[in-house]
Design a protein around this ligand. Structure first.
Ligand code: T1G
Length: 697
């Protein structure tokens, strides 16, 4: 027996307790312990076996940390079959999250009982694989094709009540898993209940699996795993059980060898590592029981909504009572959405828009809050005026935060007498929906203020990323660069629509030009005008064709026209022919002979620009680790999760290839394409961005 599985005997029942914190992952010792436990129970004459998990959960799946390492037996499919084929009655008692291989162990058991708060699921597709220990062979036999296709291709967690109605669970009962499990096992023994092996149940009727495969693949926008899992369910319907198990394993191993699996698992561990900074170890956050927000526009109202939903009372400060009421209107609108989706009750809605939200027009109302977030107009003078007032009224130890998306947080901090209490908290619109939060640490920001920023991020269920101070921090700085690469390709011959298509095919939620229309073309126009006014380097390429579109009052989706033309009630837009005409005119004016771009070349250039700038951001310490950049792009800029992030993707492409591409582009334009020193160093040393992640975590 291994220590990972405890063994005890209670009357005729042998009890196997999983004890592998934090989530009883089914690592080698756990698998061996389960097999040893079953054999011992059989050899010691037990009549039944109860399997349950100690700590916070039943098995939460295979041990993902073992992926990619040399596989060692006993293998999970065999463990499940060993459990199922035992002559003893095997009962699993579930609590916490019985996921993936954990649910497969339970499906290998003859009976399943759970506590009401338990959640079950087969989330393997969320890490780029599929169930590989019988999930696609046993679940369809138990609950049919439609329900198992939903559970397996969505990867969603199913509550105990629904799992009982689906027939996955046999019983749901309040109590401790060991106790309800023992009582249920004894009851089954007393009733002389039969062993029920799901593998012996008839397989459901086959359906048109090719059509199902195609529709699931289309829905996944390039993610392979859900579609391949369909082939596993197909095997369940078309092959005898043992052959179906073999087929499932083949498909599972195919997915294990994909870049998508690497990308998804990198994302899984990185989203958990990104908020763990070595310098914050042992640093206690300050008190965080109340929040103030200044500016009730879209961003301010979104931030207030996120805070209210997280249980933080909010003081919303606006210049006039009318503006304050308008802010409340926006917040109520956001909360209406949560009410409609059943996320909150009417009672909760009334509380959040009632006593939890205080409207104010006087800064004194902020004198007692723990943290204030300013979300006013993006102009340094206005910011300094606001922080001057906050400095005067806020209590000692209060944290003063700015939601600026590119202004110098050091300069804002220097406008107060307490720069150590100033930090940037850069939310993304809509702030109560977007998961990303850039925590911008200024030169004098105190460590416990940084820790409080991460604490707030955790409370708001955000993915918080530490960023240093520079123009655009991590995300917007990199965005500005790959966006420029796209603009250059347009001037040189590509159409914005071909570029958008090539990048959505690559997996982005939207292409750069559709994103510009969503965000509002006036933002880019203002930036171009600001840069020209500040004086641009003559070597920097500038394009003016969109200025004419903006001058005509077209700012994208919000005005119904931009790069695309939008019809009310219709999703997406159609290409705006005026844009194509203006582009051709600008090329002619600049004497540019347009050239053909393949979709592949478009993606290669776009990604090269993104990776190169990202390497500069890491090299300069604006981002601490490459994974910080990856999580920023995944949660704030629609980067396809199954590619792991731009720097994980770069590692998988090979940094030497990328550097060679960048150097070849520099022959055309050595002003824009300046290879990042960090990239050159990693290539020279034969190292990867992942090596840097390991060294800095
Ligand atoms: N393997 C290894 N480590 C794991 C793990 C796993 N399966 N699940 C969680 N951890 C670690 C995690 O990295 C973190 O570590 C700590 O546990 C707490 O997790 C054949 C092959 C279970 C819902 O996909 O969804 O079975 O950061 O911070 O928010 O079919 O973790 O503290 O060092 O996320 O309460 C299928 C993945 C595997 C479930 C808990 N199972 N895990 O969430 O805590 S594939 C999964 C989760 C499989 C078979 C196939 C969540 C959770 P650290 P946490 P949480």
């Amino acid at each position: 027996m291994t220590d990972a599985i405890g063994y005890e005997r209670v009357g005729d029942i042998a009890v196997l307790k999983a004890q592998n914190p934090p989530v009883n992952a089914l690592g080698l010792d756990v698998r061996q312990g389960l097999v040893d436990g079953i054999e011992r129970a059989e050899s010691e004459g037990a009549k039944a076996v109860l399997i349950y998990g100690d700590g916070r959960t039943y098995f939460a799946g295979a041990d993902i940390r073992e992926f990619g390492k040399p596989p060692q037996g006993p293998f999970l499919p065999d463990v499940c079959t060993r459990i199922e084929s035992s002559p003893l009655l095997v009962i699993s008692a579930l609590h916490g999250t019985a996921l993936g291989g954990g649910l497969e162990i339970a499906l290998g058991s003859h009976y399943r009982i759970a506590v009401p708060s338990a959640r079950i699921g087969l989330p393997e597709v969320l890490i780029g694989v599929m169930p590989g220990a019988g999930g696609t062979q046993r679940l369809p036999r138990l609950i049919g094709i439609d329900a198992s296709v939903d559970v397996i291709t969505s990867g969603r967690q199913v509550g105990a009540k629904e799992a009982l109605s689906l027939g996955i669970l046999d019983r749901v009962e309040e109590g401790e898993p060991r106790e309800i499990g023992l009582a249920y096992a004894q009851e089954l023994l007393d009733q002389g209940a039969p062993r029920r092996a799901i593998s012996e149940m008839p397989a459901p009727e086959a359906v048109d699996f090719d059509a199902l495969y195609d529709s699931v693949l289309k829905k996944g926008r390039g993610l392979l795993a859900p579609a391949v899992a369909i082939r596993g369910i197909q095997a369940c319907c078309e092959l005898p059980f043992d052959e179906g198990m073999k087929r499932e394993r083949e498909l599972f191993m195919e997915l294990m060898s994909t870049d998508q699996r690497q990308g998804m698992i990198h994302a899984f561990f990185s989203e958990r590592a990104v908020s763990k900074l070595p310098e914050l170890k042992g640093v206690e956050p300050r008190a965080l029981n109340s929040l103030g927000v200044i500016g009730g526009g879209t961003m301010g109202a979104g931030i207030a909504t996120a805070a209210l939903l997280a249980g933080l009372p909010v003081v919303m400060l606006e210049m006039t009572p009318e503006a304050a009421e308008a802010a409340k209107g926006r917040i109520s609108g956001n909360l209406q959405g949560a009410l409609k989706r059943g996320k909150i009750s009417q009672e909760k809605f009334d509380h959040l828009t009632g006593e939890a939200l205080t409207l104010a027009t006087d800064y004194d109302a902020l004198s007692d809050v723990d943290l204030v977030i300013e979300a006013v107009f993006e102009e340094m003078g206005v910011k300094k005026e606001v922080f001057g007032k906050l400095d005067a009224v806020c209590k000692k130890g209060a944290i003063l935060a700015s939601n600026t998306s590119y202004l110098d947080v050091n300069e804002i901090a220097a406008s107060t007498s307490r720069p150590e209490d100033v930090i940037g908290l850069h939310f993304f619109s809509p702030a109560h929906v977007m998961k990303l939060l850039e925590i911008v640490v200024a030169d004098k920001t105190a460590l416990d203020v940084v820790a409080t920023g991460f604490e707030l991020g955790k409370r708001l269920k955000k993915i918080s990323v530490r960023a240093g101070v520079c123009d655009g921090f991590i995300g917007n700085r990199i965005l500005a660069t790959y966006r420029k690469a796209a603009d250059h390709m347009v001037l040189d011959g590509a159409s914005p629509y071909q570029i958008d298509k090539a990048l959505t095919d690559f997996g982005f939620a939207m292409g750069p030009f559709a994103v510009a229309d969503l965000a509002g073309l006036d933002i880019g126009w203002a930036v171009r005008k600001r840069k020209r006014a500040e004086g641009m380097d003559p070597r920097e390429r500038d394009s003016s064709y969109m200025d004419k579109i903006c001058e005509a009052g077209n700012f994208g989706q919000k005005t119904g026209k931009g790069y695309y033309v939008y019809e009310a009630g219709k999703r997406g837009g159609t290409p705006n022919p005026e844009v194509t005409e203006l582009i051709e005119a600008e090329r002619a004016e600049k004497g540019i002979t347009p050239k053909e771009f393949t979709d592949e070349e478009i993606v290669t250039r776009y990604m090269a620009a993104m990776v190169n700038e990202a390497a500069k951001v890491v090299g300069e310490g604006i981002a601490r680790r490459p994974l910080d950049v990856d999580m920023t792009l995944l949660f704030g800029y629609g980067f396809p999760r199954y590619r792991g992030g731009p720097l994980k993707w770069a590692d998988m492409q090979g940094l030497d290839t990328l550097l060679a591409n960048i150097k070849s582009y520099a022959e055309e334009d050595d002003y824009f394409w300046q290879p990042a020193p960090l990239l050159e160093q990693l290539v020279a040393e034969g190292r990867t961005f992942d090596d840097l992640n390991k060294e800095n975590s």
